[in-house]
Design a protein around this ligand. Structure first.
Ligand code: C2E
Ligand code: CA
Ligand code: CA
Length: 570
C-alpha cells in the first residue's frame, strides 16, 4: 500500500484555495501550482459548490476564515458534518492568535498563518495534510480479507473509483481471476487445503500489483479482482504470470481462469471494466488447464446478438415471424428443364433485425437443440403446402426439408415425421429429407439405422452438401440414400477451372455407381447449367432458375410449368 502511495505522488492532486483576498489567493496559488492543480473560490458559497461538484477529485481545501457571504468557520462546520465531504482535509488560513485552536477543534487538518511563511513550509504542510488524509482513509477502510491479505470487495471498488478520479481516469485494465471447480477441491481435499490455495493466489496477486501498481481484492469465495494501470505488454506477460502462479500452487488438478478487460481508451467506469472482465472469464469455464481471455467488443456484440436470437425464437414462432420459402429444383435430363421438386428453406422476419438469414441462426439453434422445434415447424408447413398445391393444381410437387443432425438423435423422429405426413393427408414419399453428408460421418451407425427405418416406411433421403463431409468411398456404398446433392462450393468455378469440372464429373460418376440421381445446387448461370448437363447431372437448383420464393410466388412457377407441359404434350 505504501508503495502505491509512493507512486501516486507522481500524479497531481487538486487543491481548492478559498479566500476573498485576491492577492493572497494569487500568492498561494503561485507557491503551490508547481505541484498541484489549483482552483479558486472567493467565498464559502462558491467554494461549497465547487467542493460538492469535485468531491471525488479534491485532495485539499485551503480556507480563509474571514470572508463575506459564508465565512470559513461555517464552511468548515458544514464540511465536517457531511459524510461524504468529511474526508477532504482543510487547512485554515489565519492571521489571528487563537483562531488556530478553534479551527483545529472544528476539524481543520492544519493551519497556515498570514502573512505567508516561507513557501517550502507551506508546501510541506499541504503535502503532509494530504498524505495524512489519504493514509487515514486507507487505514480506516482497509479491513483486508483475513485469509489472503487482499482488500475486501467493497473497499476495493470504493478505492479504485477514487483512484480513477485522482488519476483523471487514466487507462486501467481489469482482471478477473477464478478457480475452476473450486468447490470440488474443497470437498476432496478439505477446507484447509482450499484455504492454502486461496492464500497462494492472494500472495501472487499481491506481488503482481506491487510490481505493476494497482490494487487487488478477493471478490467472492474463489474469485479475485485486480485493477492495474493499463499496459500494452500485459497481454504478452500474462502467460508468464499464470505459469508462475501454477507453479506456486503446484497442483495440476487446480486450474485458474483469467478474464481481462484491457483498456481501449473507451472511458469505461471501473464497474463496467470488471463486468467485461467477468464476461471474458465466464466463457472459459471448467477448463482443465489455466487459461485466459481478453474481452473483445465485437465478439461481445456477436454473443449478445446470438443470445437475442435464442431468446426470441419461441415468441417468433408464436408470432409467425418465421416463413418457409421454396426453391424449385429442375430436372434437366429431358429436352427442356422441368420443375421436379422444391427445397423448403426457412426465413426469419425479425421485427427488429429485419430478415435474418438461416446462416445466422441454424448452427446456433443446433448447439442448444432448439433446431428440433424449428425443423418440425418447417416440416409441418412444407407438408401442408404440398397438400395445398396438390388440391389446387392436381399434381404432387415433392418438397425436400432439411433434417438437422440433431434431429437424427431424437428417438421419436420417425414417429414425428410419419404423423406429419399422415395429418396433412400425404404419403411418406411426398416429403423428401435432406441430411447433410457430415452428419453421416458424426455417428454413422446411429444415422444408418435411423435412415434405414425412414426409407423402409417410404421416405426418400437426399444426401446434402455431398463432397464436404469426407465420407470414405467405401462407406458411401453402404449408405442408404436416394439422391446426392453436390456441395455448392464445387459448382462455383466449374466454368473457370477445368479441375473443378473434372471433380464434379468424378462425383457424378460416384452417384452413377451408387445408382442415385445427382442434384447440383448453387447454379447461377446458363453456362454452369449446360456444363452440368453435359457432365451428366440430373437435377439443378439455383438462382439461374429461381431464388427461394414465398409459396404464393412459387404457385406461379407451377402454373407456368403446367402450361408448358400441356403445350409440349399437344
Ligand atoms: P442448404 O441446405 O445447403 O441450402 C442451400 C442454400 O443455398 C440456401 O441458403 C439457398 O438459398 C442457397 N442458394 C440456392 N441457390 C443458390 C445460388 O444459386 N447461389 C447461391 N450463392 N446460393 C444459393 P439459405 O436459405 O440461406 O440456407 C442456408 C443453410 O441453412 C441451408 O443450406 C441449410 O443448411 C440451412 N437451413 C435453411 N433452412 C433450414 C431449415 O428449415 N432447417 C435446417 N435444419 N436447416 C436449414
Ligand atoms: Ca439443404
Ligand atoms: Ca446444400
Amino acid at each position: 500500500m505504501k508503495e502505491l502511495l509512493e507512486r501516486k505522488k507522481g500524479l497531481r492532486r487538486n487543491v481548492l484555495i478559498v479566500d476573498d483576498d485576491y492577492i493572497a489567493r494569487e500568492i498561494l496559488g503561485k507557491i503551490l501550482d508547481n505541484q498541484y492543480e489549483i482552483s479558486y473560490a472567493e467565498n464559502g458559497v462558491i467554494a461549497l459548490n465547487i467542493i460538492k461538484r469535485e468531491k471525488l477529485k479534491l485532495s485539499l481545501v485551503i480556507l480563509d476564515l474571514h470572508m463575506p457571504q459564508m465565512d470559513g468557520y461555517s464552511l468548515l462546520k458544514l464540511l465536517r458534518s457531511d459524510n461524504e465531504l468529511r474526508r477532504i482535509p482543510v487547512i485554515v488560513l489565519t492571521s489571528e492568535k487563537g483562531a488556530e485552536v478553534e479551527s483545529l477543534k472544528l476539524g481543520a487538518a492544519d493551519f497556515i498563518t498570514k502573512p505567508f511563511d516561507m513557501p517550502e513550509v507551506i508546501c510541506a504542510r499541504v503535502g503532509h495534510s494530504i498524505e495524512l488524509a489519504e493514509d487515514s482513509v486507507i487505514i480506516h477502510e482497509t479491513e483486508r480479507d483475513e485469509l489472503t491479505g487482499l482488500f475486501h470487495k467493497e473497499f476495493f471498488f470504493q478505492y479504485g473509483k477514487r483512484l480513477d478520479e485522482l488519476n483523471n481516469h487514466m487507462p486501467m485494465d481489469a482482471v478477473m481471476v477464478d478457480i475452476n471447480r473450486f468447490h470440488v477441491v474443497n470437498e476432496l481435499y478439505g477446507r484447509r487445503y482450499g484455504d492454502q490455495v486461496l492464500k497462494t493466489i492472494g500472495e501472487s496477486l499481491h506481488e503482481l500489483v506491487s510490481k505493476n501498481g494497482g490494487i487487488a481484492c478477493r471478490r467472492d469465495n474463489d474469485q479475485f479482482c485486480v485493477y492495474l494501470p493499463h499496459s500494452d505488454e500485459f497481454k504478452d506477460k500474462l502467460p508468464q504470470y499464470i505459469a508462475v502462479m501454477d507453479k506456486r500452487i503446484n497442483d495440476s488438478s487446480i486450474s485458474l481462469r483469467f478474464g481481462v478487460y484491457s483498456d481501449d481508451g473507451g472511458e469505461k467506469c471501473m464497474e463496467q471494466r470488471f463486468d467485461y472482465a467477468r464476461l471474458a472469464c465466464q466463457k472459459l469455464r471448467n477448463s482443465y488447464v489455466s487459461c485466459f481471455d481478453f474481452y473483445n467488443d465485437e465478439q461481445h456484440s456477436k454473443e449478445l446478438y446470438a443470445e437475442r436470437l435464442i431468446n426470441d425464437m419461441d415468441k417468433a414462432l408464436a408470432e409467425k415471424q418465421f416463413r418457409v420459402y421454396y426453391q424449385p429444383k429442375y430436372s434437366i435430363s429431358g429436352s427442356r428443364p422441368q420443375l421436379s421438386s422444391a427445397e423448403a428453406l426457412i426465413r426469419w422476419f425479425h421485427p427488429e433485425f429485419g430478415m435474418v438469414s438461416p446462416g445466422q441462426f441454424i448452427s446456433l439453434f443446433e448447439e442448444n437443440g432448439l433446431i428440433q422445434k424449428l425443423d418440425q415447424f418447417v416440416w409441418n408447413e412444407a407438408a401442408a403446402q404440398i397438400k395445398l398445391w396438390k388440391d389446387k393444381y392436381g399434381i404432387g410437387i415433392p418438397v425436400s426439408v432439411n433434417v438437422s443432425r440433431v434431429d437424427i438423435f431424437n428417438a421419436h423422429l420417425v414417429g414425428i415425421l410419419e404423423s406429419i405426413t399422415r395429418q396433412n393427408g400425404l404419403k411418406n414419399p411426398d416429403l423428401l429429407l435432406e441430411i447433410t453428408e457430415s452428419a453421416y460421418t458424426d455417428d454413422s451407425d446411429q444415422i444408418i439405422e435411423t435412415v434405414n427405418t425412414l426409407r423402409n416406411i417410404g421416405f426418400r433421403i437426399e444426401m446434402d452438401d455431398f463432397g464436404s463431409g469426407y465420407s470414405s468411398l467405401n462407406m458411401l456404398t453402404a449408405l442408404p440414400i436416394d439422391a446426392l446433392k453436390l456441395d455448392m462450393k464445387f459448382i462455383r468455378y466449374i466454368c473457370e477451372k477445368p479441375k473443378s469440372a473434372r471433380l464434379v464429373g468424378i462425383m457424378i460418376d460416384i452417384a452413377r455407381l451408387l445408382e442415385v440421381p445427382v442434384i447440383a445446387e448453387g447454379v447461377e448461370t446458363k453456362e454452369q447449367m449446360e456444363l452440368l448437363k453435359k457432365l451428366g447431372c440430373d437435377i439443378i437448383q439455383g438462382y439461374y432458375f429461381s431464388k427461394p420464393l414465398p409459396p404464393e410466388e412459387f404457385g406461379a412457377l407451377i402454373e407456368k410449368e403446367l402450361k408448358e407441359a400441356e403445350y409440349a404434350y399437344n
